[in-house]
Design a protein around this ligand. Structure first.
Ligand SMILES: Cc1cc2nc3c(=O)[nH]c(=O)nc-3n(C[C@H](O)[C@H](O)[C@H](O)COP(=O)(O)OP(=O)(O)OC[C@H]3O[C@@H](n4cnc5c(N)ncnc54)[C@H](O)[C@@H]3O)c2cc1C
Length: 700
């Protein structure tokens, strides 16, 4: 004779009906179901099925959700009285009151709720997707209904939001008592305790793993552990034993069972398949309204690279960003972004070179030159830190493949304005490109780092002066909230805000503006450096820098009468002031630079400054044969986001490095070729601080 289960299988086939079963229904029913899962999984399955009829073996809200998502389908229930008590623990008027009381409020509703409730809320969530969805919401205030326990658990994980709770709870999960769990832990000391987040928070604190029903199954099956105390409804044991037959499972309490789920029996399933009479009905109006919150759930729960949680977000792909990534441990999950293309950073544009302490005898003079250029407004500790660490930084750059000019295997050093000695390493007149290119090549090899171009930092996620991540705009203009343990701002200078600047136009001081908005301390915002010599042009756009090293190698400046009027190797601000005064006196739009004296010193201009020559010729001037017109332009920002020697800002978990930051190293005026060095030294310090913090977090 045909058994009941065989009959169920036959009817399903004959009538083309799909049976969906929740993990909490009886194992016998799970045996004959087409799909078994938690409410999120089943709601997605129901929507995507091509079959027109579904039997939903679960409580009523699950059937209603399936109907709301697929109104054209017939959704049948084996037992109409199988209800979730928690679903009815919502006062609908309270939702309206909360909306009046709180600005910037999102009403977030656990899927275990009635269709009337779903019709009034902004978005639904399940225990498996709640964290992802709430984190992606822009709202500060979250009214979480109906489950206060799940809400409490989420509020401990999402620290930047303000949670308001309802009084609802799951009668099954909330019935587990601390003593019962402690008893079981004592009885099975090696067993891992797996808890559902509907349990009370004091129970969750005892758990080794907290997750949705499917999360618990995944953990138990895939973790190396052998024994588990299961903190959820007994129906889960069917799947656990099927998927991990050799592991041991004990319920956290004996009678861990949901009365309503157990109302669904094999007989009732058979009955509904035979008669097709117990159909879920939801009014068109409720379907229309509730489907919005359910569809929003499906949309927001879709995972992508922006929904991942990172250990570190690095904003910027210049030397500051690159060196931060390269100094991080490879087990860190890093997101690195730039608002433009990878190579479009000021680091790439650096021409002259990078300073180094070439021998310890130069310390005093290097220190004095930096302080003097900075008008003694510098932070002495920062200057010492930079100089002391410079030989190590150069050694590391060479290990990354950076090629500095050499003679007989020894480094060649050059000089720029404000330097009393030669101490600058260089690579032709494209030192920045050489360094940044090699660093980027190494960053790209890092499997732990996801690099996204055309992705702009719009704001940071923060609460109570703690940073929790970044708000990003992707290349399609979509906004994402991305969470991260730490954030490093390496977003460069401010030149994009000036009509005449040597900087890339997209460098508009975003890090500084965002910091100001978030009450993060800033410093020396009026310390802006103007470079004395950029190629004069009638055309609009970025000003091309004529490196100070041309003057270091012998080039001279002339006024309109071709007379020298300034000591060309004085610090930048002094030379700039003299040039501007001269231009005003001459009523001229530029002064002249003569690079021919360099040739007279026996230096081949084509080899030493190929990039500058190429660009001058594009503008119609040949520095080998004639004078070239030059004019001052905004170049560098000495002020910025205030940081300490570890590049830490005044906000927890937020760091700033490079030109966007201000550790005081440059004082009121930067000494030439100190900025690449500064950026590298203090990026490395930021990472050291982050790694130390990680060790503390891990309790090591
Ligand atoms: C023409 C020129 C020549 C120079 N020559 C020298 C030299 O010879 N020696 C020297 O030491 N220094 C030199 N400098 C200065 C030096 O290059 C820079 O100060 C230094 O490289 C800054 O590095 P950084 O990593 O802080 O910023 P940058 O290299 O400018 O990188 C900034 C990065 O942040 C990204 N970014 C900005 N805002 C956002 C946002 N909102 N969202 C996402 N990404 C964002 C940018 O796209 C970019 O990737 C020169 C500068 C210029 C302009």
């Amino acid at each position: 004779m045909e058994s009941k289960l065989e009959k169920i299988k036959r009817l399903k086939k004959e009538k083309n009906i799909i049976v969906l079963a929740h993990y909490y229904v009886d194992g016998e029913i799970q045996k004959v179901a087409d799909y078994i899962g938690d409410s999120f999984y089943l709601s997605k399955v129901g929507k995507n099925l091509k079959e027109k009829k579904i039997v939903f073996c679960g409580v009523s809200f699950m059937g209603e959700s399936a109907k709301i998502l697929s109104p054209e389908k017939i959704v049948l229930m084996p037992e109409m009285k199988a209800n979730c008590p928690m679903a009815n623990m919502v006062d609908l008027n309270e939702i309206k009151e909360m909306r009046k009381k709180y600005e910037d409020l999102a009403v977030v509703c656990y899927i275990n709720s009635t269709s009337e409730t779903k019709a009034l809320v902004d978005v639904c969530v399940t225990s498996s997707n709640a964290e992802t969805i709430i984190k992606s919401l822009p709202n500060k205030n979250i009214y979480f209904i109906p489950d206060k326990n799940l809400g409490t658990y989420l509020s401990k994980k999402i620290l930047d939001k303000n949670f308001i709770f309802n009084k609802g709870y799951c009668v099954v999960h909330a019935s587990v008592k601390k003593e019962q769990v402690l008893y079981m832990k004592n009885k099975y000391p090696t067993a891992k305790f797996l808890a559902h987040p509907e349990c009370e928070y004091e129970i969750l604190k005892l758990a080794d793993y907290i997750g949705s029903t499917s999360g618990i199954i995944d953990f138990a099956v895939n973790s190396p552990y052998e024994e588990f105390i299961v903190g959820t409804e007994s129906g889960i044991l069917y799947k656990l034993k099927e998927m991990a037959p050799n592991k041991k499972f004990y319920l956290a309490k004996e009678d861990f069972s949901c009365e309503d789920m157990k109302k669904i029996t094999v007989d009732k399933l058979l009955n509904v398949l035979e008669n097709e009479d117990l159909e879920i009905k939801v009014s068109d109006e409720i379907i229309k309204k509730a489907s919005l919150s359910l569809k929003k759930m499906l949309e927001l729960a879709q995972t992508n690279k922006f929904k991942e949680e990172y250990d570190l977000i690095v904003v910027g792909t210049g030397v500051g960003g690159c060196y931060s990534v390269l100094n991080s441990n490879e087990d860190k999950k890093i997101l690195m972004i730039t608002k433009a293309k990878l190579e479009e950073s000021d680091s790439y544009l650096a021409q002259g070179g990078i300073c180094v302490l070439k021998d310890s005898n130069d310390f005093e003079s290097f220190f004095e030159d930096t302080m003097k250029a900075g008008h003694y407004k510098n932070n002495e500790e920062s200057v010492k830190e930079m100089i002391t660490n410079s030989p190590k930084i150069i050694e590391e750059l060479v290990s990354y493949g950076v090629d500095f000019e050499k003679r007989n295997e020894e480094f060649k050093y050059t000089k720029e304005g404000g330097h009393s000695k030669t101490r600058i390493l260089y690579h032709k007149d494209i030192t920045g490109e050489e360094i940044t290119k090699k660093l980027l090549e190494n960053v790209k090899k890092r499997k732990n780092t996801l690099i996204l171009e055309d992705t702009t930092l719009m704001d940071i996620i923060s609460k109570d002066n703690i940073c929790y991540g970044a708000i990003l705009k992707d290349k399609n203009g979509e906004i994402h909230r991305v969470y991260s343990k730490d954030v490093i701002l390496a977003c460069g200078g401010i030149g994009g805000n000036f009509e005449n600047s040597t900087n890339y136009p997209h460098l508009t001081g975003d890090g500084v503006k965002i910091s100001e908005k978030n009450n993060i301390k800033l410093k020396n915002l009026d310390y802006i450096q103007v470079h004395p010599t950029t190629l004069y042009s009638e055309k609009k756009g970025r000003r091309f820098l004529i490196s100070e090293s041309t003057r270091g190698e012998g080039a001279v400046l002339y006024n309109k009468n071709i007379d020298r009027f300034v000591d060309e190797l004085m610090p930048r601000d002094y030379v700039t002031k003299e040039i501007l005064a001269q231009m005003e006196g001459d009523n001229s739009k530029h002064i002249w630079l003569d690079m021919r004296p360099i040739k007279k010193r026996g230096i081949n201009l084509e080899k030493r400054f190929p990039n500058i020559l190429k660009r001058c010729r594009e503008e119609g001037y040949d520095p080998n044969k004639e004078l070239i017109p030059v004019v001052p332009a905004q170049h560098y920002f000495m002020g910025g986001i205030e940081v300490d020697l570890n590049s830490k800002t005044s906000m927890e978990n937020l760091y700033a490095v490079g030109e966007t930051s201000c550790n005081g190293v440059h004082g009121a005026n930067r000494l030439a070729s100190n900025s690449l060095l500064e950026t590298l030294v203090f990026s490395k310090n930021a990472i050291k601080d982050i790694e130390n913090k990680t060790l503390i977090r891990k309790g090591k």
